[in-house]
Design a protein around this ligand. Structure first.
Ligand SMILES: [Zn+2]
Length: 92
C-alpha cells in the first residue's frame, strides 16, 4: 500500500520513518532499532531520507541560535502540529 499519490514510500517505510529522529539519536529500543536497520539495508528510498535527515540535523546544530518573534513561533508551531496530525502513519 502506498502512502499517497505523490509518495513512493509504502506503509512499512512510513512506520519506520516516523521513528527516524529517535533512531538517529539512539533513542529507539534494540528490537525496533534492528528492524529499522534491516529495512534501511534494502530500502534505497529510506536510506535517502535517513541521509538527508542526518545532514539536516548536522546543519541545524551548526546554525546560530536565534529567538524568533513570539508570533512567528506560535504560527510555525500551529502549522507543524496540524501537519504532524495529518501525516501520522497508520497504526501497526
Ligand atoms: Zn523504506
Amino acid at each position: 500500500m502506498k502512502a499517497g499519490p505523490s509518495s513512493s514510500l509504502g506503509t512499512p517505510c512510513l512506520r519506520r520513518l516516523a521513528r527516524l529522529s529517535a533512531y538517529i539519536e539512539r533513542e529507539v529500543p534494540s528490537p525496533a532499532r534492528e528492524s529499522i536497520r534491516r529495512h534501511m539495508a534494502h530500502c534505497a528510498d529510506c536510506r535517502v531520507v535517513l541521509r538527508t535527515l542526518k545532514k539536516t540535523i548536522a546543519l541545524c546544530r551548526q546554525a546560530p541560535k536565534i529567538d524568533p518573534p513570539q508570533a512567528v513561533s506560535k504560527r510555525v508551531l500551529a502549522v507543524l502540529r496540524r501537519e504532524l496530525a495529518r501525516c501520522r502513519p497508520p497504526a501497526p
